[in-house]
Design a protein around this ligand. Structure first.
Ligand SMILES: Nc1ncnc2c1ncn2[C@@H]1O[C@H](COP(=O)(O)OP(=O)(O)OP(=O)(O)O)[C@@H](O)[C@H]1O
Ligand SMILES: [Mg+2]
Length: 238
């Protein structure tokens, strides 16, 4: 599970981007974060992952306070996977090489076995295994980024806009890939999305952020019918 309590964080000493934000994702939940551009969604994922350290408040993964750990420590020791919003694959390398890098801390045998499993879960990876990642389509790149993050078998996955720039059909393929990993591997997923309605369809709950804090939260069933969602999503405030 992921638990964020009253976190304050920012990139420079005098500017807070996250203003005391609290939220959680229970084990095996899919939780979506929505909100206007610049409201701090990526900053929140980066803070949970450990690229930024909270100035105040606490981040817990699986019940442990990990606020002070850096991203590589969380990936190695806290069963965390992170797919950033941009530059989430190595385009100069092949699909296989990208997956091998994702399994950096695993033994060679573990990596081979895990690549086989991921190719079974996502057949597109098998079809393109020796292709340069630069030759993949947008949807294939997102699935490779997902596969790379899944190499060490994380229990918690942070996804920053996995459907960005994808056509509706490909968006569904990527969301199917996300649902499948929750079903088959029981992964807890916290994802940022702009395709609000589509993302809520595969999520259990959602948070709508505004100015570095939670403006609205609830089950996706409640939120899809709430008129405030549209207002906030378009950049308004409660
Ligand atoms: N590396 C950085 N250094 C300084 N400020 C940054 C950095 N990254 C983001 N910011 C600032 O933090 C604020 C929140 O940015 P963030 O990327 O978290 O927004 P977001 O909600 O993910 O937006 P988007 O929907 O456009 O991806 C913005 O004002 C942005 O300019
Ligand atoms: Mg962002």
């Amino acid at each position: 599970m992921v638990q964020v309590d009253q976190v304050v964080a920012g990139y420079t000493r005098d500017v807070d981007i996250l203003n005391g934000i609290s939220l959680h994702a229970a084990s095996q939940e899919i939780v979506t974060l929505l909100g206007p551009n610049g409201c701090g969604k990526s900053t929140l994922l980066k803070t949970i992952a450990g690229y930024l350290r909270p100035r105040k408040g606490r981040v817990q993964l699986a019940g442990k306070d990990v606020s002070a750990l850096a991203v590589h420590q969380k990936i190695r020791h806290c069963s965390l996977g992170f797919v950033p919003q941009t530059e989430n694959i190595f385009t100069a390398l092949t699909v296989r090489e990208n997956l091998l890098i994702g399994g950096y801390y695993q033994s060679s045998a573990q990596r081979q076995q895990r690549i086989e499993q991921l190719c079974a879960l996502y057949p597109v990876l098998r079809r393109k295994i020796d292709a340069p990642a630069a030759s993949l389509s947008g949807g294939e790149r997102q699935i490779l980024a997902l596969g790379r993050a899944l190499m060490p078998r994380p229990e918690i996955l942070l996804l920053d806009e996995p459907s960005a720039g994808l056509s509706p059909k490909v968006l569904h393929e990527v969301f199917d890939a996300i649902v499948r990993v929750r079903e088959q591997e029981g992964v807890t997923i916290l994802m940022v999305e702009q395709n609000a309605m589509e993302a809520m369809r595969i999520s259990d709950r959602a948070y709508i952020l505004s100015l570095g804090t939670v403006a609205l939260t609830g089950s996706t069933q409640e939120l899809v019918t709430d008129p405030k969602v549209r207002e906030l999503y378009m950049g308004g405030r409660v």
